[in-house]
Design a protein around this ligand. Structure first.
Ligand code: PLP
Length: 381
């Protein structure tokens, strides 16, 4: 089976990990800050914190922004459940903003309308979490304008989008947000096995994220509440977690990040080959803006809703490991129990009924891709 996504591990990656295994520190050592520094400098953000997953990163981002039981957090229904669950971990209320069908990202007009309706009812969100679906950046300029007007904070869920670019910046530079979150799961753009990262421009947030990652504990004398004490001494200042990444993973991350431009260029080459080969077939493609650079985590095609199941099953039978991104979060049984229903976010639901993600990853060969294209042609004709 040709999968829809997979990691690209080199000999250098393996050597980087084994050299940490032979060193004194396999966790809480010097490779973690080196990885954080590499992510910060790649994104052009002053601060970066590495954690055990993007799910952990989203949780910490909400906590660092003070999200609690009286807060409302809005995200997109077209995402992995973690983008919404992070708010529920903080006992906040979650709601969704429907997507723009051209990009499948959170719709700016839908957001503007929902904010306008919420304001007189006192129902404005504290935090909005746009997700750069498939690696294509959301319209952050407009979302940031709305944040200025309505006073919410922004966490970018860039799990698909390390290496993506906005019209005048790099995803993760946080010029339009308080915090950006990345995932380093093996299907994503670069991997650390499991792993996640955060970037921010705000030193206070960076410090809080670093504390919350490790139980809320500090040994930094500038932060301790008492003066003279022994070298054993530490203090827990807030309720944190063990959301640490390991040095083994950080070594893999550094090595992977050094090849990110190569990975993204390869994704673009393969995507252009799909674009050309699918012309004339009864499929609709997602829009990629020429003002952005997508990281191209996913290559989504839309087929008519009444044929999607059959097309999907036949492709799987032909050995093509297609997938569907995403089942709208609000339709998950857990979210239905919170009161969400079919019809609440029609554009995300329509997207779900028509979308198929084709295989796309740097080590996909052109002949494997030709197999995917031939299978799709066979199934659609
Ligand atoms: C993968 C993903 C996550 C979760 O990432 P983990 O690192 O597996 O926790 C969150 N949000 C989105 C949009 C994702 O694709």
């Amino acid at each position: 089976m040709i999968p829809y996504g997979r990691q690209a591990i080199s000999e250098e990656d393996i050597q980087a990990v084994t050299s940490v295994l032979r060193s004194d520190w396999i966790t809480q050592g010097p490779t973690i800050p080196r990885f954080e520094q590499a992510v910060a400098s790649y994104c052009g953000a002053p601060y970066s914190v590495a954690v055990s997953s993007a799910t952990a990163a989203l949780h910490l981002a909400c906590l660092a922004l003070g999200v609690g039981p009286t807060d409302r957090v809005w995200t997109t229904p077209n995402t992995f459940v973690a983008s919404a669950n992070c708010a529920l971990y903080c006992n906040a209320t979650v709601d969704f903003v429907d997507i723009d069908p051209t990009t499948a990202n959170m719709g700016v007009q839908a957001l503007a309308k929902k904010l306008q309706d919420a304001e007189p009812r006192g129902g404005l969100p504290t935090v909005v979490i746009p997700v750069h679906f498939s690696g294509e950046p959301c319209n952050m300029i407009e979302i940031a304008k709305l944040a200025g007007r309505y006073g919410f904070r922004i966490i970018e869920d860039a799990s698909h989008a390390i290496g993506a670019k906005y019209p005048n910046g790099v995803v993760g530079d946080c010029r339009y947000s308080d915090i950006t979150v990345f995932s380093f799961h093996p299907v994503k753009i670069i991997t650390t096995g499991e792993g996640g990262g955060l970037t921010t421009q705000l030193p206070g947030l960076a410090r809080k994220l670093a504390l919350l990652r490790t139980h809320g504990i500090t040994r930094d004398s500038a932060e301790l509440t008492v003066g003279a004490h022994g070298a054993w001494y530490y203090e827990q200042l807030m309720l944190g977690f063990n959301y640490r990444i390991t040095d083994l993973q950080a070594a893999l991350g550094i090595s992977q990040l050094s090849r990110i431009e190569e990975f993204i260029a390869r994704r673009h080459l393969l995507a252009s080959r799909y674009d050309a080969a699918l012309q004339g077939l009864p499929v609709r493609l997602l829009h990629r803006s020429s003002l952005n650079r997508s990281a191209l985590h996913l290559y989504v095609v839309y087929v008519s809703a009444d044929r999607r199941r059959q097309v999907f099953d036949q492709l799987r039978e032909l050995g093509i490991g297609v997938n569907v991104h995403y089942i709208p979060v609000h339709l998950q049984p857990y979210y239905r129990r919170l009161g969400f229903r079919e019809g609440d976010f029609p554009a995300a639901e329509q997207h779900y009924h028509e979308a198929i993600s084709l295989p796309l990853y740097p080590s996909l060969t052109e002949s494997e891709q030709d197999q995917v294209i031939a299978a799709l042609k066979e199934v659609l004709q």
